[in-house]
Design a protein around this ligand. Structure first.
Ligand SMILES: [Zn+2]
Length: 342
């Protein structure tokens, strides 16, 4: 789900843009959710999600049984078992990137990857370079928080995203300086710097970032970013797969940020411009980034698809995992589609 710093500098600057009724409903929903932190080691599993340890052991099967390398991107101080881990194929080159679990209260993506890992391994075994960061925010996931630093899901209360890349991205006015002075947290810095570093040796051709939207009761949808944001055949196929899985899809209308939805796909903001939300997705799509104050070429992914399944209260976790799983199981077809000339 999108929010302030990854979705809307506009919302950040003009919070009154949020429809009042929706903002109030959101505040009630967000504060009314079960966010009891629990002691360290107490995993939230009430919605049916696997624990961090269960997911990690599943992902580790890649490095144990296949031609994969495992790396620790970040370890939380005082919690050795809580690290951001990444897996990548030994073979490098133009790559498929799969990210999930940026927001801890959106568990379907990480669980779907764990359940359908064989499809990713199979594609990798066929020679396709892959970068997989399947649980980007394990600290929040463990407690069903959204952000790593607070139980509060309202970004205005100080929560930050592990994927906030504004300090690396050009400002929205002139593009002559970074949009933010610094990353909001050490985990954010570690993750975004890792992504930039890996993108040089695994240039992203196709990025899939699995999210959920707990405010969307009307259905799922996707964001499409990158050089081929509009009319992208991968986006159309992801929507078809989600629909086939049985979850409802929002095919038209506008998001809460007033972005137009076209056949389930959002590729433009409320002003008709490309989506520039400050997220790790924008980072992977960006043709220019700032590193140590200097403007340098960015990862420039052609296709970045952010999948959003509807995760409102009462929605069925198994159906959301199945929907995301359908996308993961079809990474081979999506990869081939991402090569098609426009
Ligand atoms: Zn999200």
């Amino acid at each position: 789900m999108r929010e302030r710093s990854e979705h809307g500098p506009m919302v950040k600057r003009h919070p009154q843009r949020l429809p009042q009724g929706l903002a109030v409903a959101a505040a009630i929903l967000l504060t009314g959710c079960s966010t009891t932190p629990g002691a360290a080691g107490d995993d939230f599993t009430a919605d049916g999600r696997s624990t961090v340890a269960q997911l990690t052991s599943r992902f580790e099967s890649l490095s144990a049984n296949h031609d994969w390398l495992e790396e620790t991107v970040y370890v939380y101080p005082g919690a050795d078992d809580l690290g951001i881990r990444a897996w990548r194929t030994k073979h490098r080159g133009e790559a498929l990137w799969i990210l999930a679990g940026i927001h801890g209260e959106e568990p379907a993506g990480p669980n779907a990857i764990a359940a359908s890992l064989a499809s990713v391994a199979q594609l990798a075994a066929s020679g396709v370079p892959v970068v997989l960061i399947p649980l980007c925010n394990p600290k929040a996931y463990r407690s069903n928080w959204r952000y790593p630093n607070t139980a509060d899901r309202d970004w205005r209360k100080g929560g930050y995203s592990v994927g906030d890349a504004e300090y690396l991205l050009p400002d929205l006015e002139h593009g002559t300086q970074p949009r933010a002075a610094a990353p909001p947290g050490p985990d954010t810095r570690a993750l975004t710097e890792y992504v930039l570093r890996l993108a040089k040796v695994y240039p992203p051709r196709l990025v899939l970032d699995l999210h959920e939207d707990e405010l969307s009761t009307e259905g799922g949808y996707i964001y499409s970013q990158g050089g081929d944001a509009t009319g992208n055949p991968v986006g159309a196929e992801v929507i078809r797969l989600l629909q086939e899985s049985g979850i409802p899809i929002r095919r038209s209308g506008r998001t809460r940020f007033d972005e137009p939805i076209v056949d389930g796909v959002i590729s433009r903001n409320d002003k008709g411009l490309p989506i520039r939300d400050g997220s790790i997705d924008e980072l992977l799509a960006s043709t220019e980034v700032f590193v140590d104050g200097a403007r340098v070429p960015g990862p420039a992914a052609r296709t970045v698809i952010v999948v959003e399944t509807p995760a409102f209260a009462g929605s069925r976790f198994d159906l959301r995992v199945a929907a995301q799983g359908t996308v993961v199981q079809n990474v081979g077809g999506l990869w081939r589609l991402s090569a098609q000339p426009r």
